[in-house]
Design a protein around this ligand. Structure first.
Ligand SMILES: [Zn+2]
Length: 206
């Protein structure tokens, strides 16, 4: 997995892309928590549940199905996060589902049960540039933690910030263009009386 420090980069990208109105601070905090939540299955790992088990690490909680289920439940309390139900659903679903996809781009461990609960088959993405982080906190600090964090900076934080910033720019352009379309049109040249016609009318009616 990328570390718990890096999954929340997705929450930041969603805020940058969708803007403060659709994703207020409370929803950013919720999205950051949801982006890390799938690793709650590490409890089973420490309790002796096999890694490859249906409920083992990178199992059900790492699937898009779990993300949609969680989004459906949490969006019922949308008012607490000062956002619409639709915003909370989409943001929570994307933040939670992104966890499994980022894990699938790591260089180690077992694959991700992306089709769970319908199949426990484990998947990786074809390209896995993110250095895998140890599951235990002690293991993280005893190992090449700086290398892992540097890898996440390059392959998680920078791309997420770039994608969020570009999406935010496109959204602003789209809003401005929609505003221009709604604005009253300037009178066309045909509607404006040319100077020569005005002068002739003046002469005729003098
Ligand atoms: Zn994970």
């Amino acid at each position: 997995m990328p570390t718990a420090f890096s999954h929340p980069a997705v929450a930041l990208a969603l805020r940058l892309g969708a803007g403060a109105r659709a994703v207020p601070v409370r929803l950013v905090a919720l999205a950051a928590a949801c982006s890390v939540l799938p690793d709650v299955d590490a409890i089973g790992y420490w309790l002796g549940l096999p890694y490859g088990h249906y409920l083992g690490h990178r199992g059900l909680t790492h699937s898009p199905f779990f993300a949609l289920l969680l989004a459906g439940v949490v969006s019922r309390s949308a008012a607490r996060f000062r956002a619409s139900r639709r915003s909370v659903f989409v943001v929570v679903a994307l933040a939670t589902a992104s966890h499994g996809l980022l894990d699938a781009a790591t260089s180690g461990g077992l694959g991700i049960a992306l089709l769970s609960p319908f199949s426990n088959e484990r998947f990786f993405l074809p390209w896995r540039p993110i250095a895998v982080s140890p599951i235990s906190v002690i293991g993280f600090f005893q190992s090449r933690s700086l290398w892992v964090l540097a890898s996440e900076l390059v392959w998680v934080w920078l791309p997420m910030i770039a994608v969020g910033a570009v999406a935010g720019l496109l959204r602003r352009e789209w809003v401005l263009a929609a505003g221009r379309r709604r604005a009253p049109q300037e009178p066309s040249e045909r509607q404006t009386e040319p100077e020569s016609v005005r002068r002739r009318n003046y002469e005729e009616h003098r």
